[in-house]
Design a binder for this molecule. Sequence first.
Ligand SMILES: Cc1cc2nc3c(=O)[nH]c(=O)nc-3n(C[C@H](O)[C@H](O)[C@H](O)COP(=O)(O)OP(=O)(O)OC[C@H]3O[C@@H](n4cnc5c(N)ncnc54)[C@H](O)[C@@H]3O)c2cc1C
Length: 284
Amino acid sequence: MAIAPDLVARLRDILGPGGLVEDQDDLAPRLTDMRGRYTGKTPFALRPATVDALSQAMALLYAAGIPMVPQGGNTGLVGGATPDERGGEVLILTDRLKAVRAVDPAGDTITVEAGCTLAQVQAAAAAADRLYPVSLASEGTCTIGGNLATNAGGIHVLRYGNTREQVLGLEVVLPDGRLWDGLRALRKDNTGYDLKHLFIGAEGTLGIITAATLRLWQRPRVQGVGFAALPDVTGAITLLGRLRQAAGEGLTAFELLPEIGIGFVLDHLPGAKRPWRRSRPGMS
Ligand SMILES: Cc1cc2nc3c(=O)[nH]c(=O)nc-3n(C[C@H](O)[C@H](O)[C@H](O)COP(=O)(O)OP(=O)(O)OC[C@H]3O[C@@H](n4cnc5c(N)ncnc54)[C@H](O)[C@@H]3O)c2cc1C
């Protein structure tokens, strides 16, 4: 679908320098997903530097009937951030919306823009002697917007819950460009419908999340990691139950490593060592 040149010119005006990416070579890494399963096309991508510019640009695209696909770190594994192959969908990149707007250690909250990487949010929390507990292997690249849109889990769900459980408030640009301001930091908020939950896990289908107020936690003062070699999954579940009885909320993660998974790591990660001397059948 060809996009009218005057619309493109207006978008360029609204978004300012660097706000419209038209060079297909620059766009190429954004058009294929992490696993190389999906490749799409886009006429151009928006890279707004402010929420207001995003809002104005989306209003124009919406009025022209042009579909939009938000993309954060492009680490999603289900193709949600890849435009389709027809080439009519405009990509919206959030990598310039990356301010940490506020850190409030007294209220145990942090307010960040959607393009902040998860690692940046963890670091900003740590700098205030607090913990933002969501942790995924993609945390150096994935964004808070993407985490929210996918309700990302990670290794600490057992203790702290998914991303949804961390959210106190959201700011969202709706498809027609209107701003929905649901940025609240109040935990004891029992007013009306809790609309923020519609946007969490919606993969960007209901609007583009531009900022979030997230809850922070006290940092554990001491941490330990243990490995246990077990013959089967039933044994692992029994162990989990016993550890929870003994440690309660002190248990923050519990992962199963099948022997085949350890084999992959040993084969492909230079320097990796088996945590025990010999391989064992089944679970480790
Ligand atoms: C090595 C590795 C490990 C991973 N481990 C986990 C894990 O443990 N748990 C887990 O849940 N996932 C995991 N993932 C998947 C992925 O990292 C998460 O889904 C992550 O939350 C995606 O964030 P992103 O910024 O990369 O989003 P993207 O991939 O860019 O987008 C994902 C979806 O969110 C939408 N979106 C992005 N930004 C916004 C926004 N601002 N507003 C609205 N919609 C938006 C996109 O349109 C798309 O539908 C892993 C991925 C990798 C590569």
